[in-house]
Design a protein around this ligand. Structure first.
Ligand code: ZN
Length: 252
């Protein structure tokens, strides 16, 4: 019997009629999670009170990032337009800022960022369900609480690359996915974290509730391993902490 990975209700109580996309479709996401009930699926796509939906908060910055990338790569003569509800951006001038009416709302930045972070955890657990099948484990309860019910606050760390160049994999831009490998399983076991590469951003999230205990060792591992890929793990407190426009790679 099917059980929803978010509310833990089964088919006797909830329906599983609609497709739940792991990454939003507008980002090119094609994979779906079969264990998300219609009610929870609807929740992630709906505005709550005055907050943007989890899905919208996730796709706004990433869609804008994607346009910056496409323009840098000059992959297409015509950069597709993306109509952003929350941000004004200018690809040529490489600027992005919240729309004026939202800057007037106190807490806009923190509220928006919380929704974005919940989306990052949502993707983790849904892909976990599809490709590993252990999303219902109790150890992931904190992710259910946070992503689905807004309980607590957990970090999403932006991993700042050490090399001023953007490495783009085109399949990743067309169909973003996260993957679980032997290495990522080992890192989860040893350091209690998972790093997440998509749309050429690397984000790292804890996969255990008591994450403070493991962060120090994880950071050391990420910054000082032999690949030396990253120079900083920066917790995203404001959405601008995510380097939308890849400023580390821009020559000035
Ligand atoms: Zn559900």
């Amino acid at each position: 019997m099917k059980i929803c990975i978010w509310c833990r209700e089964n088919e006797a109580k909830v329906t599983f009629t609609n497709e739940a996309h792991i990454f939003p479709q507008s980002l090119g996401g094609k994979r779906t999670c079969s264990s998300v009930c219609d009610k929870c699926n609807l929740f992630f796509g709906s505005k709550q009170n005055r907050l943007p939906s989890v899905e919208l908060a996730l796709k706004e910055p990433l869609n804008i990032s994607r346009l910056f990338l496409l323009s840098q790569l000059k992959k297409s003569d015509k950069i597709p337009r993306y109509k952003s509800e929350y941000f004004d951006y200018n690809i040529k001038k490489q600027t992005i800022k919240p729309k004026f009416k939202y800057t007037l709302e106190s807490k806009f930045q923190t509220d928006f960022t919380k929704q974005f972070k919940r989306g990052v955890y949502k993707i983790f657990l849904e892909e976990r369900s599809e490709s590993v099948g252990d999303a219902l484990d109790n150890r992931f309860d904190f992710i259910r609480e946070y992503a689905r019910y807004g309980i607590g606050d957990y970090p999403v760390n932006y991993c700042k690359p050490s090399i001023p160049a953007i490495f783009v994999s085109t399949p990743d831009l067309d169909n973003p996915v996260i993957r679980f490998t032997n290495l990522s399983e080992e890192e989860m076991k040893q350091y209690g974290h998972y790093s997440y590469f998509f749309m050429t951003h690397t984000l790292a999230i804890p996969v255990i509730r008591m994450h403070e205990l493991t962060f120090y060792n994880y950071e050391k591992y990420m910054l000082h391993n032999e690949n030396k890929m990253y120079v900083e793990l920066k917790p995203i407190n404001f959405i601008s902490d995510l380097d939308f426009i890849f400023s580390y790679a821009l020559a000035d």
